[in-house]
Structure formats: structure tokens, C-alpha cells
Design a protein around this ligand. Structure first.
Ligand code: ADP
Ligand code: MG
Length: 323
């Protein structure tokens, strides 16, 4: 049983960044408007996440660590139909089997909070705990009981970079949530939570970027494509990056990458460091999802249509821009 959990953990929990992603997604599912993330040693020593969401009922709190306990859904074939980020009930089980977890939560209908401690998958304590609101999870000493996996991690600064990327990517598509991140007690990110994607982008890249953002929008046969790119001529950024979101989930996509590359290649605006934020809103039935626990890659049923629509939207904006 324990071995199964540790094996399962390998799929969901590759590194600190995957823990950060899972925990933040739980906070989003809990309806949080504020998510505070604190990391030590790239998340290897400690990941602490507080959210002001609805909390966990004291009767349920120790069961969240059991496999396939999810309060969200029973069975799924297409994750894009689901309103919540999590649905498999695997993340906390996996994380707690390879770390030391403290979970403190106060359910919104309860007078008191509750605190549980789990080490290597075993519940070691449960106590009543005064807590104002929401949930705090502290994940310490990741992979303390699986030294082979610990060795596989990169340096704390590289693991930190991965964690930061995850938080930034999620923060950009959840602008209504205020994300705060501290790294080794230094503030690293603060998004205002004002509901504007531009504000979240400014928090991540610096407010200078706003002057050079060019927006695009196109809707065709129920497919909505919108977003921003940074004017590559004016941009002083030495960071490049493609941020792709499909129905509010961050994805990786070779199709979309080559589409954007092509649009930039065929425009008069060229620069070395393209930055693009692309939001695709599509009917879930038009997406095939390769449901892998850790990474998210998808396949559009009509790739050509998606490609063409994105291409048109981006190229039009690129060409209408005066230099
Ligand atoms: P899933 O998200 O797939 O349901 P998880 O293992 O990530 O599975 O979480 C298990 C359960 O724990 C969730 O379904 C939810 O009920 C509860 N939970 C976890 N984190 C939080 C949180 N921050 N706030 C409220 N409930 C939470
Ligand atoms: Mg989850």
C-alpha cells in the first residue's frame, strides 16, 4: 500500500514545482481570492501556501491525504469540461507520502480550525487549532524518504526557477486572485487581484511592459482567441516566452508555438525576444486531452482551424502596428 503511494507520487510529484502547482490549484478550487506562497531552498526545504478559501471541514481533514479522495468529481473523461482544477484526488496523497506535511484549515462554517500532521503518508497528529480563515499547507523536506528522487533534483536555484514559473503562469490567467510569493523571506511576486490580465502581466514582467503590449482578438465559429504580445521592436526584455492557455489551463503546444513563430516571421515586426500571452477559449468537445498527471499537453480536434484562427488574429495585430 505504502509502496503504491510512493510510486503514484512519482507521476504527480516530480519536483517542488509540481507540488506548488497542485497546492495552488487546490486553493483556486477552494475559491480563494488571496494565495500566499513561501518557499525555502527552492521549495526542497519548505513550501508553505496559505489561501483564504472555504477551508476543509474538521471531519474531512485527514482523509484528504487518502488516494482518490476528491470532493470534486467522481469520474472524468475530459478535464476541460470540469470546472475545478483538481479532480483525481491524488495530489495530496502523493505529496504527503514523500514529505512532511502540516495542514491547518478552518472551514468557513466552523468556529475552530484544525491542524493535522502527516509524515511519509502517516498521520501523526490531529488537534484543534485556532485559525482565522482558510487553509495553510506546509510541505517540508520533500523526498526525505526517497533519497534516489532527492538526488534527481537540480540545484535549489534551478528548482526555485521552476516554482516561480509555475506561480507566474497561473497568476497570469487568474488575475482575480492576488498572488503573493516570498522566496527565502524576500518578496518575489505580488499580483493585485484586480481581475485584469494586464495587471498580473505587469506584476510578473514589470510595469514597463504595459507600454509595449499589443492586444489581439478574433472569434470564429465559437472559437475565441485573444491575448497580448509584446512589441518585439520596442521591448527591452531579454526574457522571451510563450504563455498558452486553453480554457484557463496553462498548456504546452508545439502547434501553437510554430503558429506564433510563423506569424512573427511573416510580419514586419521582428525582434529577438518574443513574448506572447495567448488565451484560447474553445468548446471542450473540440479538444482531446492526453491526461497525464504531471504535464499538460493537448490535441485540438481541428488543428488546422485553431492554427489558422490564431495565426490570423496575431498576424493582423502585428501588421496593424505602426513603427
Ligand atoms: P483533488 O484536487 O484532485 O480533489 P487533492 O489531493 O489535490 O485532490 O485534494 C484532495 C481534497 O482536499 C480536495 O478535493 C479538497 O476537498 C481538499 N483540499 C485540498 N486543498 C484544499 C484547500 N486549499 N482548501 C480547501 N480544500 C482543500
Ligand atoms: Mg488538487
Amino acid at each position: 500500500e505504502e509502496i503504491t503511494h510512493i510510486l503514484a507520487a512519482g507521476e504527480v510529484v516530480e519536483r517542488p514545482a509540481s507540488c506548488v502547482k497542485e497546492v495552488i490549484e487546490n486553493s483556486i478550487d477552494a475559491g480563494a481570492t488571496l494565495i500566499d506562497i513561501r518557499l525555502e531552498k527552492g521549495g526542497i526545504k519548505k513550501i508553505e501556501v496559505y489561501d483564504n478559501g472555504k477551508g476543509i471541514h474538521p471531519e474531512d481533514i485527514e482523509y484528504v491525504f487518502e488516494r482518490h479522495t476528491t470532493s470534486k468529481i467522481k469520474s472524468v473523461d475530459d478535464i476541460f469540461k470540469i470546472k475545478t482544477m483538481g479532480f483525481r484526488g491524488e495530489a495530496l496523497c502523493a505529496i504527503s507520502s514523500v514529505s512532511k506535511v502540516i495542514l491547518i484549515s478552518r472551514h468557513y462554517q466552523q468556529e475552530q480550525g484544525c491542524k493535522v500532521e502527516v509524515e511519509g503518508g502517516k498521520l501523526t497528529s490531529k488537534t484543534v487549532y485556532p485559525f482565522e480563515k482558510g487553509t495553510k499547507i506546509i510541505i517540508e523536506d520533500l523526498f526525505f524518504n526517497t533519497p534516489a528522487r532527492l538526488k534527481f533534483l537540480k540545484s535549489p536555484s534551478t528548482e526555485q526557477k521552476y516554482c516561480t514559473e509555475v506561480v507566474e503562469k497561473i497568476a497570469i490567467c487568474y488575475p482575480e486572485i492576488s498572488f503573493r510569493m516570498q522566496v527565502d523571506s524576500k518578496r518575489q511576486l505580488f499580483t493585485p487581484g484586480d481581475g485584469k490580465v494586464e495587471s498580473a502581466i505587469a506584476s510578473v514582467f514589470g510595469s514597463e511592459i504595459l507600454k509595449n503590449l499589443i492586444d489581439f482578438y478574433l472569434e470564429e465559429q465559437g472559437l475565441k482567441v485573444w491575448g497580448y504580445f509584446v512589441n518585439p521592436v520596442l521591448s527591452k526584455s531579454t526574457r522571451s516566452g510563450y504563455y498558452f492557455y486553453v480554457n484557463r489551463r496553462f498548456i504546452r503546444s508545439k502547434l501553437l508555438s510554430s503558429c506564433i513563430d510563423e506569424a512573427f516571421k511573416n510580419s514586419i515586426l521582428t525582434g529577438r525576444f518574443p513574448i506572447v500571452f495567448l488565451f484560447v477559449e474553445i468548446d471542450p468537445v473540440d479538444v482531446d486531452v492526453n491526461v497525464h498527471p504531471a504535464k499538460l499537453e493537448i490535441k485540438f480536434k481541428d488543428e488546422r482551424f485553431v492554427y489558422n484562427t490564431v495565426y490570423k488574429a496575431v498576424l493582423k495585430a502585428l501588421q496593424s502596428e505602426k513603427i
